[in-house]
Ligand binder design. Sequence first.
Ligand code: SF4
Length: 415
Amino acid sequence: MQKVYFKTFGCRTNQFDTQVMMSKLKDYELSFNELNSDYIVVNSCTVTNGADSSVRNYISSMKRKNPHAKVILAGCGSHSKGESLFENKKVFGVIGHSEKENINTVLKNEQPFYQIGDLEHIDSTIVEEFVGKSRAFIKIQEGCDFACSYCIIPQVRGAARSHKEETILEQITKLANNGFGEFILTGTNVGSYGQDHQTSMAKLLKKMSQIRGVRRIRIGSLEPIQIDDEFMELLTEPWMAKQLHIALQHTSDKMLEVMHRRNTYQTDLMLFNKIASKGYALGTDFIVGHPGEDEKEWEEAINRVKELPLTHVHAFSYSKRDNTVSATLKPEIRGNIAKERHRELTTIVKAKNYAFRREHTENLEVLLENGKDGIYHGFDQYFNKIEVQSSEELSANWVLLNNVEVSHEGNSAKI
Ligand code: SF4
């Protein structure tokens, strides 16, 4: 049997897509060694120019190290760089997102092929990824309708489209029957779930919560404008994880406009205060060093970060992506300035997280992952990590912790 190796670049969505391809491989053997494989499927990422270079370098290195293998380009990079790599004979074949479920047939092509497909397709396979034995990530939608200036994703993953509700619920029921208690909903723009099927995230959550065994639900990320009254009403439900990740990307109004975002700071602030008043921890994404972020904008932005009830941040330093609006904007921000702003931002949010944890040391509901040598890790309902020491076997168990120890490094407890 011929061997196929998968190399994945980029985000969790790409990792899921690789799993879809792996699950469809029938007439080939899955290989874990790229050097003795007959095919190397490169599930590529194209989010920045740097990501493109990493993919190109990997393909060149494989041509040197395993010249016998046929290299197939898949993933987001197929839609941005696939044509030129194919024309320049850097890869044997190119497949677009809609073709990945056909991987088993596609690989049978004896002639070089360029099968880019379309960007309207949604896979019939819903992929789950398991952490330990009781936490599962479920991809519920694909694509994005926003048009943020810095982002290439809508061009390479297409418009937002959702998986069917009944398929999602069926999948969750199966997993819950097998002992999974926590579900994390993910996708390219998760909060747009349901708009193409006349339903909503709130309706899906309510239905999920009625499935026996579903104990806690998290949503990977939401946009501020996706949070409606129907969703707000669910915040007091016991099965909602008490942390939301709401992507702001910036807190300066000028920068939000430059980034072509749909949120504004004053409404973000009101929203965050309202949700925090219900006892929630709040995380966000933030891009520092985007073109146009001069001293004045940064000062305004960082002062606003101080007033926001934030507990977690994914801070990204802006990195150029050709064929986006941002790539044409000036003035660019020097790397060392962006690095310093990144540090300033994460230091502030880290201090806020510490203060939050110090106030939340009781009634922490923690789902523990697999442990080793009596040490277990898990997350509480506020998405804070905790280390638990115990002589009991607690893998995949829920524990209720009181009086946990809080340090700058993290929370810990002994049972
Ligand atoms: S919301 Fe903006 S940043 Fe996120 S995928 Fe869509 S366009 Fe990109």
